[in-house]
Design a protein around this ligand. Structure first.
Ligand code: ADP
Ligand code: MG
Length: 236
């Protein structure tokens, strides 16, 4: 039973503005594409965690999000679901190049995000790549233009931006800064600033951090446009 994608996209987009986070009890309560919902089910993800419930709606609405949540709170899906939905509703195809860039502080964390994306993105037809260093630079370089969703470490991403003529993010739609506080602690502040300055300003940005330090606030100011602050575990 083939779903008409245009109708589906119109229908889910028409529901974005009426999302009320406190009413979201399960992923099915969110207006998500059939492909994302099906993969979430197959992975046995039924109930969103607090950070997912609080942030996904705003992200779907196109808002920039500043998310504060500790390790283990489920931040990966809080950004991967909106990334998939953004590209799907834009009818992004393999030919359209880089649509999303996800920055993670370490290779191991980047790899974990990649593995989760392979599962929750399994029904979609996007290409994904790891740009994390420690691998053959030439191999990475030649495939960059074919990668819809890039999961990167900061240093390696900036290296491609500076040196690789095939790197082209001029039409990218969404940037994710995961574990921003750790990126900054590891000395990537200048690198992150340079990356952000190289990306198109009309993009959407989701920034997640366990702590809200002065340097995270500086990065947020530089990278986010009128963000919603989402901190489900904070004492009000
Ligand atoms: P964080 O990035 O905040 O440290 P992760 O995204 O790595 O957290 O998720 C931590 C664990 O919780 C993972 O094992 C993940 O599979 C699981 N998880 C995430 N979201 C859900 C959910 N909605 N339902 C059940 N398990 C989840
Ligand atoms: Mg994480």
């Amino acid at each position: 039973n083939k779903i008409n994608e245009d109708d589906e996209i119109k229908e889910i987009q028409s529901k974005y503005d009426s999302i009320v986070p406190s009413n979201v009890k399960c992923f099915d309560d969110l207006p998500l594409s059939y492909k994302t919902k099906k993969a979430l089910k197959e992975c046995n993800y039924k109930t969103p965690t607090d950070i997912q419930r609080e942030s996904i709606g705003y992200a779907l609405q196109g808002r920039d999000v500043l998310g504060a949540a500790v390790t283990g709170s489920g931040k990966t899906l809080a950004f991967l679901v909106p990334v998939l939905e953004k590209l799907y509703t834009q009818k992004w195809s393999r030919m359209d190049g880089t649509g999303a860039i996800i920055i993670s502080p370490t290779r191991e964390l980047a790899y974990q995000i990649f593995e989760t994306l392979r599962k929750v993105g399994a029904k979609h037809d996007f290409s994904a790549g790891l740009i994390i260093g420690g691998k053959n630079l030439k191999f990475e370089r030649g495939r960059m233009d074919q990668c819809n969703i890039m999961i990167c470490t900061p240093g390696r991403l900036l290296q491609h931006m500076d040196e690789n003529p095939l790197f082209n993010a001029t039409s990218m739609q969404i940037l994710v800064l995961d574990e921003a506080d750790r990126c900054l602690d590891m000395g990537f502040e200048q690198t992150m600033n340079a990356i952000i300055e190289n990306l198109p300003p009309e993009r959407q940005t989701l920034l997640f951090s366990a702590t809200q330090t002065k340097s995270v606030k500086d990065l947020a100011r530089l990278s986010l446009d009128n963000p919603v602050y989402v901190a489900p575990h904070e004492q009000q």
